[in-house]
Design a protein around this ligand. Sequence first.
Ligand code: G3H
Ligand code: 13P
Ligand code: ZN
Length: 334
Amino acid sequence: MVNYKDLGLVNTRAMFAKAVAGGYAIPAFNFNTMEQMQAIVQAAVETKSPVIMQVSKGARAYANGTILRNLAKGAVEYAKELGCEKPEIVLHLDHGDTFEICNECIDNGFSSVMIDGSHLPFEENIALTKKVVDYAHQFDVTVEAELGVLAGVEDEVSAAESHYTQPSEVIEFATRTGCDSLAISIGTSHGAYKFTPKQCTVDPQTGKLVPPPLAFNILHEIEKKLPGFPIVLHGSSSVPQDEVDTINKYGGNLPNAIGIPEEQLREAAKSAVCKINIDSDSRLAMTAAIRKHFAEHPDHFDPRQYLKPARENMKKMYIHKIVNVLGSNGKLAE
Ligand code: G3H
Ligand code: 13P
Ligand code: ZN
């Protein structure tokens, strides 16, 4: 058994309470590689921001759970080495889909887990979530649950709306499960293709595609039902057009990649939304920098030559999110 406190990590409880009260959101960045970890820590230290480093099932399969846990331990030590006396770093399991995976992560140094029972019927989601909560809370590990299903890119808007979180269910769900935070569905989705061009309108001035707005009415209803309760938004990459353009310019093929406009995320961060998940934007920043580097330096073959600009580009993106979108800069406890 490895307890997260021995690794210098923290859970999300105090962090979320402060973020909800302060009208900002904590960044939850997915990581799979050492370069992502370094960029996340550098960005968090430079901006004095708390941060959630999250690991998906795919990340564990790619990089190995033990290695990722030690990278998170290294992240705490690295943050201190960079001058941050008391870093606030959470190691979080993203989209845990079974009790066993959550259990294994809790036993191996994670300070927070998500149990994603969103695809299950209501009662089954409650039962599975409560089982994870009961186990996790013995070790002071916090639990994120999910209610409502995020849209797939193939869904029409009308079909997607039917999967939105139903505000009428949230009080019973939160009370009966005892979860610490709740991921909701209000129109975000995973990946770099969040909307089809058909779902968007065209801005007459710029000619650019404008995605449909998030369902802020549902978010506000949920806030009224659960005052001060921490809400999580998944699928919150904004798919920066300049990164997509760079990728396409240097041999990539990402036609019509569309994300969530940052002004909507900025608005969400001021509400009870206190954790915003970003993965795809990091992938785009890394890929754009590497493609550009290869195009400009066809003779390079040392991974350090192209991973360094990739790391710098991710760091720039993380800092931008923290400072200009989530507002978590300067929020570390004194
Ligand atoms: O929610 C999904 C995250 O972006 C993780 O993606 O399962 O490909 O690691 P992944
Ligand atoms: P994006 O694909 O929008 O980055 O979402 C990531 C996410 O929700 C991870 O759980
Ligand atoms: Zn997600």
